[in-house]
Design a protein around this ligand. Structure first.
Ligand code: AMP
Length: 131
């Protein structure tokens, strides 16, 4: 069965899209640790990030770098933290999280509750900065 993220890539499930190209897709995490918390995925459905072939893997990180640069233009923060967990959704993804301290990367923290309008507003602003 297709992963929830494959369904997002195919447009079968909505997402707050940030950017995409032929191989990668970036969208807001719906349970964000911070405003602008973004997931970056390869469109090809591969569960474990370290099973991705070298070219696609390198491209994923380069794509994530461009997304991070766009996020930091919109969300005031010390820097963009990057992590891979992947225990919940079996489709490799990088978390990009605006942070001001190490505690902002703590996934045990309560997630932000944002309205649809807030998600849309953040996504539109980051999308505009993506180059
Ligand atoms: P993990 O696999 O542990 O890295 O966590 C999966 C992440 O995907 C969590 O932060 C979820 O909030 C996020 N997530 C799950 N479903 C969706 C969705 N439909 N749209 C955006 N983010 C999602």
């Amino acid at each position: 069965m297709a992963s929830i993220f494959t369904k997002i890539v195919k447009g079968e499930i909505p997402s707050y899209k940030i950017a995409e190209d032929d191989n990668y897709y970036a969208f807001l995490d719906i349970n964000p640790l911070a405003k602008g918390h973004t997931l970056v995925i390869p469109k090809k459905e591969i569960d474990y990030i370290f099973d991705i072939d070298d070219d696609l893997y390198q491209g994923l990180f380069l794509f994530a770098k461009r997304v991070a640069k766009a996020i930091e233009k919109v969300i005031p923060c010390e820097r963009i933290g990057m992590t891979v967990i992947g225990l919940e959704v079996p489709h490799a993804h990088i978390h990009l999280i605006p942070i001001n301290s190490i505690y902002d990367m703590d996934f045990k923290q309560p997630k932000l509750k944002l309205s649809q309008e807030e998600f849309e507003d953040i996504a539109a602003k980051i999308r505009k900065e993506f180059i």
